[in-house]
Design a binder for this molecule. Structure first.
Ligand SMILES: *Cc1c(COP(=O)(O)O)cnc(C)c1O
Length: 408
């Protein structure tokens, strides 16, 4: 038997079934008419943001990094809940604009922005988080050609990283941002060229559950911002402190203590040098806002025994939930939180391995989990499917196609 990750708070049982947004799993599947499906709870997302805002300093703005979940109804919901959107491609930019997001509230990061993506962002007045000197040069050229003033922030590659983070995006040689020591000269060049300098973007990593690690990263980030500001001699209008707030996925993971993070950040913001008194600060979060609000529901279509082990074969798989199979940035495969949705809360009575329908041994959704006995027709729930699920999985693999998504 292998442990499974902790089921996120906020899920109840109705008539012995997992309910999402107050609707039982089988009713959700009937409503959509097919399985598998992703179900996202708007209540869950709203409650998460309310709790986060209460814990964070009032002065801190909250941005949604939409990479984790670009499903249009979620973008529309988020538009009323957060202060800004961070996009990382021209495709995400168009989705945000189509969802009604004011371009003035959008910033665009990511290495390898094409000229046509820069052009579109400059025309719309979106802030570009520039990742290199070359990108700044191209943006200035395009701005001159269009007779539009580019809004340019500089993404800084800091000398530190986010400790304990699942994905490090700062510290040492990286494809992201401009090495900190070259930033002052670049910002001076942006200002001298007549572009609107929008400030700094400093993103050091993702998926940290340690409050101490986030607190240390934010303190280092603010110290770096103060140093850069002094070297430049002009105050940054905006400072994006990055994110990195993680969620529990695996056995033994505990939720991030956002109250501790908020208290420390409040103290740091109150101790800033005068040059930063008028700057706006924000954090940008993806999975922390939506990850636990989503559930992947897939139906058991076969139940079989091999060498004494029970396999539950589902109609879903890694083509929708790559991360749960352990093939999206994890070194050791561990079980996501999982349940038999149509027998929710029933006592576990057997050990079973839940697999997908793909012809590859990688397609394992849960390995040797302790579960109530499930039959063909039962629904399996894989939790923590609200971020890096549908849009981060190879939906066309084996000709399967995407799962339906639903916001309730
Ligand atoms: C991926 C990414 C995010 C979102 O990360 P989460 O772990 O989902 O919060 C935010 N900002 C940048 C620059 C990113 O690359």
């Amino acid at each position: 038997m292998k442990a499974t990750g902790p089921i996120p708070a906020g899920y109840d049982s109705i008539d012995g079934e997992l309910a999402i947004g107050g609707v039982p799993a089988s009713a959700l599947a009937s409503k959509v008419g097919d399985t598998p499906l992703f179900v996202y709870s708007s209540d869950h997302i709203q409650a998460r943001i309310t709790e986060l805002r209460a814990a964070m300093p009032k002065r801190l703005a909250l941005h949604y990094a939409m990479k984790g979940n670009p499903y249009p109804p979620i973008l529309a919901l988020m538009n009323g809940l957060v202060d800004g959107f961070d996009v990382a491609s021209g495709g995400e930019l168009e989705l945000a604009v189509a969802a009604g997001v004011d371009p003035a509230r959008i910033s665009f990061a990511g290495p390898g922005k094409r000229d046509r993506e820069l052009e579109r962002a400059i025309l719309l007045g979106i802030t570009l988080n520039c990742e290199s000197e070359g990108e700044v040069t191209r943006a200035l050229t395009i701005g001159a050609r269009l007779a539009k003033t580019p809004q340019l922030a500089v993404r800084v590659n800091p000398s530190f990283d986010l400790k304990g983070s699942g994905m490090k995006m700062g510290g040492g040689a990286k494809q992201f941002g401009v090495d900190a020591e070259r930033v002052p000269a670049l910002v001076k060049r942006i200002i001298a060229a007549g572009a609107k300098w929008q400030g700094f973007h400093i993103y050091a990593g993702s998926q940290a559950l340690s409050a101490d690690a986030i607190i240390a990263m934010q303190a280092q980030t603010l110290a770096l911002v103060a140093e850069l500001t002094e070297a430049i001699g002009t105050s940054p209008p905006k400072v994006n402190l990055g994110g990195g707030f993680g969620i529990p996925y695996f056995p033994g993971d505990a939720p991030l203590d956002i109250h501790a993070v908020g208290l420390a950040l409040n103290a740091s913001l109150n101790a800033l040098p005068d040059a930063l008194a008028g700057s706006d600060f924000c954090i940008e979060l993806g999975r922390f806002l939506v990850g636990e609000a989503g559930v992947y529901l897939t139906r058991i279509i076969d139940r079989k025994i091999s060498h004494g082990e029970t396999f539950l074969v589902t109609d879903g798989g890694l083509h929708h939930q790559l991360a749960a199979s352990g093939n999206f940035g994890t070194v050791i495969r561990r079980n996501y939180p999982v349940a038999i949705a149509t027998r929710y809360g029933a006592e576990p009575t057997e050990v079973a391995t839940i697999v997908g329908c793909l012809c590859t041994p990688l397609d394992k959704l849960s390995d040797s989990a302790h579960l109530p006995r499930a039959e063909v027709g039962d629904l399996v729930a894989i939790f923590c499917a609200g971020a890096y699920g549908a849009s981060a999985s190879p939906a066309n693999f084996l000709g399967q196609g995407p799962a339906t998504e639903l916001l309730v």
